[in-house]
Design a protein around this ligand. Structure first.
Ligand code: GAR
Length: 268
């Protein structure tokens, strides 16, 4: 019989999405269990959700690592297996003309933090890593050490907007301020860019003239709590397949894109 999947979770905040996934595991909707909960800040209230259930939790304090680098860069040790030029050649978080010093500082501090994350995760093997309100971009250094099997991505993220619109840190705010009449949320696999990986699922809600940013966020979160468990369930049921598509364009050129194909539900 198939084993329940082991789900690792990274959070930064209240962890309501994590709770929705935990509830779906508890009810049997998802054939899985939470293996660990990690956070980039000790202030993440969601850590308590794990502690209550004796799920292993840990913190890798990104803020203190970044502050330390700013104060005394030479005191920060980067992992032995970190190679800045490899990471730079893969990343799509920064444009090619971005300030070199800023970019270098970003990847060095993230390598230190991500090496610690990988270290803290090692005792808890997992099949899927869910980013549930984790407000840090992961770099190729970390992603390549989790996605070790070609074509089997296993880091998922939820984003509070209908991607590819409004990537970044304030999806609901960006949607609302733009005057969108429809907003939504997206679950996707993580790639080397910011909220740019192949889309697994999306849900949408209407925005009326009476809506406020708070009511937009409320509508969106309600959908997130449905969408994320549904996508994790599809992963657990082996229904997500990464496929590379080729499209012929009007000008005769070709376009390539990696998308997620959803396989039919397993027949029981
Ligand atoms: C959610 O709205 C999630 O989509 C968003 O943070 C919130 C976390 O809430 N994530 C991002 O913006 C990631 N870029 P939660 O901690 O209660 O699940």
């Amino acid at each position: 019989m198939k084993q329940p999947i082991r789900i690792g979770a990274l959070i930064s905040g209240s962890g309501t999405n994590l709770q929705a996934i935990m509830d779906a595991c508890a009810s049997g909707d998802i054939d899985g269990r939470i293996a660990f909960i990690g956070s980039d800040t000790p202030d993440a209230a969601g850590l308590e959700r794990g502690r209550r259930l004796n799920i292993p939790t840990f913190v890798v304090n990104y803020g203190s690592i970044i502050r330390r680098y700013k104060k005394a860069p030479e005191t920060l040790t980067v992992p032995d297996d970190f190679d800045l030029s490899t990471v730079l050649s893969k990343q799509t978080l920064f444009p090619a003309d971005a300030d070199g010093k800023t970019v270098k500082a970003f990847f060095i501090t993230r390598a230190a933090a991500e090496a610690e994350l990988l270290d803290r995760m090692t005792p808890y093997p997992f099949d899927l890593l869910v980013l549930a309100g984790f407000m840090r971009n992961l770099t190729p250094y970390f992603i390549d050490r989790v996605n070790t099997v070609p074509d089997l991505p296993r880091i998922m993220n939820i984003h509070p907007a209908l991607l590819p619109a409004f990537p970044g840190i304030d999806g609901y705010g960006d949607t609302f301020r733009y005057g969108c009449k429809i907003g939504g949320c997206t679950v996707h696999f993580v790639d080397y860019g910011e909220d740019s990986g192949p889309i697994i699922g999306q849900k949408a809600y209407e925005i009326s003239g009476e809506d406020t940013l708070a009511s937009v966020r409320k509508k969106g979160l309600k959908l997130e709590w449905e969408l994320y468990p549904e996508c994790v369930k599809m992963f657990a049921d082996g229904r997500l397949k990464k496929v590379r598509k080729t499209y012929l364009l009007k000008d005769g050129g070709k376009m390539y894109r990696t998308v997620v194909k959803i396989l039919p539900s397993p027949q029981r």
